[in-house]
Design a protein. Structure first.
Length: 362
């Protein structure tokens, strides 16, 4: 029997609540399925670790993760520690250290979810955003000099490489090709940014030649926001730079009804390193410790993890359980206008996974 080695890193805020819930779902799944198992190792890195050790994770932390099949991650951020320290000291350290260059963010309106767009049914909004996850605006190139003096200067350089753009374009075209509509929108800003974004466009065109069956087009990032609101059904797979996709994916999640639902995978498509799966909602310090967090973003991330591991049937089983739960307003958490607790939603998903009716017809 295959045993998957999973690292869990709850991190901060409600990460400490939703990641154990994700583990519970995986345990229920392994029990119900019987054809694979999970071995978990938990890492208590994050803000508390920083207060104790002066760093977000140990210097050799990546070595502890290297042999894992996947990582389930909560959130890195702390009200008392500057955001750039928590981010670069943990999440980006893992994303960049393991060259997880494709960040994949699916968005759909799940059953029972009240999404804000009028005239937009669930069938009109079914997107996957591919976020370049290793360079661009988040490359970390830049500096700050003459601090505190009138001469003070600071730069954040958006660095793009041909290799970096080519590989994420190829990934996005391949993903678009695997989806029924075979439709890719390349988000750009080459009207204003005349170097890197122009290269981005050129490489998109080059890579598109390898995928003659994919229909593709370019859209400026500002126009893309309007199109997401006004003509959601004209989009399917979307590829964008690190920062553009960061912003567009929050918009996408909100348009689908809640940030509490949205999942993401930080993927190393070449599988040299473990990939990392996480909800995108953040730490939500206002509700932490109260058992009110929506665990669905984590459960959907678990679905993405199972797909990455090649457990397609198991992934579908969890997704069906999630959809049954979102369809029931009594199981909606506060972000969805309901009163359910993290524990109630988790228990409901686990029960559905265990129920024989959930089993796939052979
Ligand atoms: C995300 C988040 C992060 C990002 C934050 C927490 C730094 O917004 O994953 O979308 O910008 O990458
Ligand atoms: Mg974001």
């Amino acid at each position: 029997m295959k045993t998957y080695q999973i690292a869990t890193i709850p991190g901060d805020g409600i990460g400490k609540e939703v990641i154990p819930a994700g583990r519970q779902v995986l345990e229920a799944l392994a029990k119900a399925d019987g054809s694979f198992a999970f071995e978990f190792e938990n890492f208590g890195w994050g803000g508390d670790w920083y207060r104790e050790h002066g760093e977000m994770m140990p210097a050799d932390g990546l070595d502890a993760l290297r042999g894992k099949d996947a990582i389930l991650f909560g959130f890195a951020g702390d009200p008392d520690i500057p955001d750039h320290i928590t981010l670069w000291g943990l999440r980006l350290k893992i994303c960049q250290g393991f060259d997880q260059y494709a960040n994949v963010r699916p968005t759909r309106i799940l059953p029972g979810i009240d999404a804000p767009l009028k005239r937009c049914g669930p069938e009109d909004l079914n997107w996957v955003i591919v976020r370049e996850n290793s360079e661009g605006e988040y490359s970390g190139v830049g500096g700050r000099v003459h601090q505190g003096h009138p001469l003070e200067a600071a730069t954040d350089l958006s660095m793009m490489t041909r290799a970096g753009v080519e590989r994420v374009m190829r990934f996005a075209f391949k993903l678009a090709q695997s989806r029924p509509r075979k439709l890719l929108t390349v988000v750009t800003k080459s009207n204003a940014q005349r170097h890197a974004m122009v290269m981005w466009d050129e490489i998109a065109l080059q890579v598109s030649k390898e995928f003659p069956d994919v229909t593709w087009g370019k859209e400026l990032v500002d126009a893309a926001t309007a199109r997401m609101v006004n003509k959601p059904a004209t989009l399917d797979t979307i590829v964008a730079t690190n920062l553009h996709a960061d912003i567009l994916s929050d918009l996408a999640a909100a348009l689908a009804g809640s940030l509490g639902i949205a999942p993401t995978g930080n993927i190393d498509p070449e599988r040299r390193y473990p990939s990392m799966f996480e909800p995108i909602h953040g730490s939500a310090f206002d509700i932490m410790g109260k058992g009110l967090a929506n665990p669905v973003g984590t459960f959907w991330s678990v679905v993405m993890m199972l797909e990455h591991l090649g457990e397609q049937a198991a992934a579908e089983r969890v997704m069906r359980a999630i959809e049954k739960v979102t369809a029931n307003p009594a199981l909606h958490t506060g972000d969805l206008g309901g009163r359910a607790t993290t524990a109630q939603v988790t228990q409901a998903v686990c029960e559905l996974i265990a129920a024989p009716a959930q089993r796939r017809a052979a």
